[in-house]
Design a protein around this ligand. Sequence first.
Ligand code: GLU
Length: 466
Amino acid sequence: MSEKPVLRFAPSPTGMLHIGGARTALFNWLYARHTGGTFLLRIEDTDRERSTPEAVDAILNGMTWMGLDWDGDATYQFARAPRHREVAEKLLAEGKAYRCYATAEELTAMREEQKVAGKPMRYDGRWRDKQAGLAEEGKPSVVRLKARQTGETIVHDVVLGDVQFENTQLDDMVLLRSDGTPTYMLAVVVDDADMGVTHVIRGTDHLNNAARQLQLIEAMGAAIPIYGHLPLINGPDGAKLSKRHGALAVEAYRDMGYLPETMRNYLLRLGWSHGDDEIIPTAQAIEWFNFDSIGKSAARMDYKKLDNLNGHYFRETAGTTMVAEVTAFLAREKRTLTMTARQRLEMAMPSLKERAKTLVELIQGAEFLFTDGPRTLDAAADKLLTPEARAVLATALRALDATDWTGPALEAAARAHAEATGVKLGQVAQPLRAALTGKASSPPLFEMLALLGREESLIRLRAYVN
Ligand code: GLU
């Protein structure tokens, strides 16, 4: 075993990468990067019915988007089925596992009886000490682990502390099905052992599995990893996060216009803390991350906090990076920017990123830069362009046209015009803004006029003069 920690994220590709999974991946990744260890990605596609290539793509894309790079190639669990079988056969040969010939009908009857007797329903070990006779020849059988029947199994968990399970509660689990396929429980343990995984950090929904997996690890004589089970993520209302709360998939957050850095910071704080710090950039997180500060209770989604964090990272992120984020976002919507649009976007970015909380919002506010010609007015802009406002616009644009087309000169001209006609600057600026951008709010007006240029600006302004 290597000295450095080996961590892994082991999603089952049965659906999207949801944010609970993304947080698990993040915590594993942070710990690996913090310690200089290894972070592996293992796609647990043993369930052939439920695993899909689309889900594999969603996981790989989601991880890549989140910036959670894994070391080496991703492993696919199903491809290792022969190895899983080999381990089961070895346990069988060593008497640590056994063949069980109970039929489905027999097992159903067994559970019925247990139910009637008010006993917990679990496999009763009927083949544990029995030898197959002639009657069993050619009959289907499963391979079960000969689990310890007395005492306790204790999971030492870095998050939850010691969690104790009575061995009487854990029955002899199936390792190989009657068709020879390995079960998920066997596959996980064999893979972790073969890959030298030192830390198993995953959702708390796997805590019960840990006790059974421990018994298997012991039977195999493999090294016991350090466990950490992360509490659930709840919706804003405190109930278990579900479809009803919307936005479960990481992709959805990408499409709502959050930055990967925002998501890393947000998901980190969802279950991990460093004093009262809310803003923890990834580099800092790598330096600070530990298991001690993982919360024991369920975390709660807070979309307002997410928005505020995103606004923060917009302001912190360089303009060129933000332009790249916007172009990537538009590309996913199959939109491309013309050269002119891109230049305008670059110039306006310092103002645009100050006023938006998501890329969607930012792009909406930048649409007036992307195409030429008169604007379609949104409801607020339409309301602003009253007949009186249009009359102001008519005279104002003549005043602007008479000056140098630079921000400061345009502003001075508009001020002078407002003074000369006895109105406030806003009464001149608002109609100009509405006609120029199609909206009632925008980045600084005179900057935008200068940025769009005299010709393009006048075309837009004239379109709303009666
Ligand atoms: N494949 C399991 C899941 O997606 C995780 C197994 C593990 O982390 O041990 O829930």
